[in-house]
Design a protein around this ligand. Sequence first.
Ligand code: SAM
Length: 188
Amino acid sequence: MRQSQITHWCHQIICSQAPKGGFYIDATMGKGNDTLFLCNLAGEAGHVLAFDVQKDALRMTEALLSAQGVRERAELVLDGHEHMNQYAKPETADVICFNFGYLPGGDHRIATAADTSVEAVNKGLGLLKHGGMMSLCIYSGGDTGFEEKEKLLEYLKKLPAGEYTVIVNEYFNRGNNPPMPVFVFKNI
Ligand code: SAM
C-alpha cells in the first residue's frame, strides 16, 4: 500500500466516524491534502484550522484549496502544532489529523520531532470534543528515525482507558518500517 493509499484509508475511517459540517484541525498541513479533505468534510457550515511551520506548505495548501473552491473554509496558520491550544477553545474539535514527518519533496530536516509531537497530541486531546477523534499517521526509519514513534506510542499507551480509546494499526506482513496509522477516540 502506498502512502497516498494510507491517507485515503485514514480519510475513510474519519468519514465513517466524524460528523459533517464540524470543526476540524489539520496539525500538519504539508501540501494540503488532509486540509482539503477536512474542508470537504466541513462543507459550507464547518471550519478547518491547519498548522505548519513552513511557508511553502502554506503556499501549496492555499493554492490547492483555492483551486478546489474551498479556501474560505480554512484558516492556515504558520506556527507549530504544539501551540494549537492558542488558536482553539478546549473541547471544540470534532477531528484532529496528524501526518508526521517531513514535506514530501521538501527539506527532510524540517520535520516533526518527538517532543513537540507529543506536546501537540497532548494539547490536541484537550481541544477534542467528547465523541471526537484524532487520526495519527506515524512514520519511522530512514531520515525520520524511531524516537518520535517510540515517544508517541509510549504517551498513547498511558492514556486512561476510561477517557480514551486508542487503536493502533500495523502492517503485519511488510518490512522496511511501514507507516503506522493510529486512531484515538475521546470517550463520551
Ligand atoms: N498532511 C500533509 C499533506 O496532506 O500533504 C503531509 C504532512 S508532511 C508528512 C509533515 C508536515 O509537518 C511538513 O510539512 C512539516 O513542515 C510539518 N511540520 C514539522 N514540524 C511541525 C510542527 N511543529 N508543527 C506543524 N507542522 C510541522
